[in-house]
Design a protein around this ligand. Structure first.
Ligand code: CDP
Length: 221
């Protein structure tokens, strides 16, 4: 199944919980775009040169994915990446990398290979539209911009966000959504055959339950 939606709509955490509940594997496609961004930053490739790189250049950076019990581990030249992927440095730049056709081409094979054996929950921006168009269930998560910004801030800081922090988070999310929706290749959009769930007023548990319910309906005779 696929789970797409804008930044902070809760895709990755929801996908992880669903995978655990249903014994599926979880593919976090955003982690791959983040890993490629991290690799470029670490290699010191200036941002203005990213658009000149070809698929071979992106492949040569050495981003790979290794199956684990519940999903996949993203690696850079054999080293496991976790905390590096969600740093502010990477988050601020990843959408600019993700709009480059050569970067997307480099990652699409990795994602399809991960999906070959089925029983997968894949989350991202183009899972249902481009990478897995034949998925048996497609879900599109949405939530109000302000609520998404609040959730994002709570992830990094347990305190209730102040007005200044909230405003800048809203701006950052709005910018990323606009780059993701406006790009030429694989823009963020709801797949025609997806079920849309607005999570603004749902708790995390309610959101997971709603999707598990959709999956169980699908597998009933
Ligand atoms: O978790 P969050 O919504 O902040 O982002 P993510 O899923 O980790 O994705 C980070 C960025 O990668 C997105 O803003 C997109 O620019 C890009 N991305 C993409 O273009 N296509 C995907 N299938 C997944 C992510």
């Amino acid at each position: 199944m696929t789970l797409d939606g804008p930044a902070g709509s809760g895709k990755s955490t929801t996908a992880k919980a669903i995978a655990r509940r249903l014994g599926l594997r979880h593919l976090d496609s955003g982690a791959l775009y983040r890993a490629l961004t991290f690799a470029l930053l670490e290699a010191g490739v200036p941002e203005e040169r990213w658009a000149t790189l070809g698929v071979g250049d992106f492949r040569a950076l050495g981003v790979s994915m290794v199956p684990t019990g519940g999903g996949f581990e993203v690696r850079l030249a054999g080293r496991s990446l976790v905390g590096e992927l969600r740093s502010a440095e990477v988050t601020d730049r990843v959408a600019r990398l993700a709009r480059l056709p050569a970067a997307r081409a480099c990652l699409i094979d990795l994602q399809r290979t991960a999906g070959e054996r089925g029983r997968l929950v894949a989350d991202g921006r183009d899972m249902g539209t481009v990478v897995f168009p034949d998925a048996d269930l497609k879900v599109y998560l949405v939530a109000d911009l302000e609520e998404r910004a609040r959730r994002r801030l709570r992830e990094t800081d347990a305190r209730e966000p102040g007005e200044g922090g909230l405003a800048s988070q809203i701006g950052a999310i709005r910018d990323r959504d606009s780059i993701d929706s406006g790009r030429d290749v694989s823009p963020l959009r709801r797949p025609d055959d997806a079920i849309e769930i607005d999570t603004t007023d749902l708790s995390f548990e309610q959101q997971v339950d709603a999707i598990v319910e959709l999956v169980s309906r699908l597998t009933l005779p």
